[in-house]
Design a protein around this ligand. Sequence first.
Ligand SMILES: Cc1cc2nc3c(=O)[nH]c(=O)nc-3n(C[C@H](O)[C@H](O)[C@H](O)COP(=O)(O)OP(=O)(O)OC[C@H]3O[C@@H](n4cnc5c(N)ncnc54)[C@H](O)[C@@H]3O)c2cc1C
Length: 442
Amino acid sequence: MTVQRAGSRGRVAVVGSGISGLAAALRLELTGHQVELIEAEETLGGRFGVARLGDRPVMTGGKNIGRRYSAFRAFTAELGVDAYESFGYNASRIKDGKVLTLDSERRGQTLKNIRAMGSTRDVARMAAMAARIRMDDTNRFLGSRYFTRLSRRHDRAPLSSYFGRQMTEMLVRPMVIRNNGAEPDEVYPGTFGTNLAMLMDHYDQLGGGIQPALDAMAKRVTVRLGTRVEGLVIRGGRVTGLTVSEHGAPAEELGYDGVVLATPAYATAKIVGSERPSLGRRLADVRYFPATVVLVEYDRPMFTREVRALAMDDGPCSNAGSYGMEERHIVRYTYSGRGGRLTDLSPANIDALTSRTEEVLRTHLGAPRAERVATLVKHWDAAYSGYLPLHADFLAEVRGAVSALPGLELAGDYIQGVCIEACCRSGNAAAARLASYVAGAR
Ligand SMILES: Cc1cc2nc3c(=O)[nH]c(=O)nc-3n(C[C@H](O)[C@H](O)[C@H](O)COP(=O)(O)OP(=O)(O)OC[C@H]3O[C@@H](n4cnc5c(N)ncnc54)[C@H](O)[C@@H]3O)c2cc1C
């Protein structure tokens, strides 16, 4: 499907074409490796979730790009794609019938609204974490020194015990549902820095979506779509290849100088499990939570420029937001969190759920009675990682097991965090380590 480049520094495989794998593949290609990007699905992009709503290409997964996403922005710039347009961080809550908006462009009002959401102790705790994040960039990602220390003190109980009830319900819950698809009693204080950092950024979107970057990527490396990796080939204590099944055919062995597994933890667990069962079991501990995204195009805007998203507590729909700053006639309904783990995806149920949320938007935001023009439903069984208690200790264990297996590197959402920037950084780091191993081994 693509032009194959003659890499002189060795032949490597990157498994998984989400942002973790794309970043690893591009970094390895730039350092002169011949790269094969192996993807089980028939399209590139993983949880970017590229799809079509009527005639237009859309993204059903990750699409908001923070101003501080420097690694991801460097990745798209390298591919000649940099049509970013402002989106902001905009999320409203309803408290005592009043709409409270958190907006990255209106920081003063946002701070006032946060103060109205919790006790003095909770606001002070939140402020202390925010100060650490501002002071030291590593606190935006999993495994930082500050949050590791915090995890050792507080991860025996979930996040819902760390903050008081009001702060948990008003601010913490929408944040962890949005970023992890989890409830505050399903995640831990030691990983909360990744959530708070998301609130402290300002967001853009790629005007033309991620597809132009995926197309550019497919010209840079060899892409194998519809190819599922089933296991590692280990010879002489080193990873020397993969067993793969292409389009359901019997598994065959492919040889490589090195491999990056840029797959979610549960998928990585399956690939490494037969050769390294204890590593496989440990990776399988990482929890993932589901989500369903319903995109609806209307015949008129449903939101205003000032209020572009509403987080909700009491329904299966956790968040309704406009697709873009100017595309307020397309609404993205996200069903996540305990009440939003949908099992009935029938058109009748989706229609009923959408009607119910439209009513909420009309009641609280004065949204119009608009006609639906097109609807798209995307369900993710494992949409977001929710990490583990004492996650930094888990990461150290995994790192130890992987460093005993030369030729293998791991990337993915459970290593630095679920946001696109964290995944991108995990891919870059894995690629750098693999490049140095391949150089030494040749
Ligand atoms: C609905 C939703 C909205 C989000 N919104 C945002 C947002 O606005 N901003 C943000 O920063 N983040 C957002 N995120 C998070 C972010 O999009 C994801 O965490 C990130 O895209 C994950 O990338 P990844 O490469 O680690 O994993 P994936 O994108 O899941 O890629 C892994 C790939 O590996 C493939 N694979 C798995 N097993 C195998 C195998 N055995 N063989 C071959 N291939 C295999 C899969 O098919 C998949 O394509 C969102 C996530 C979701 C689900």
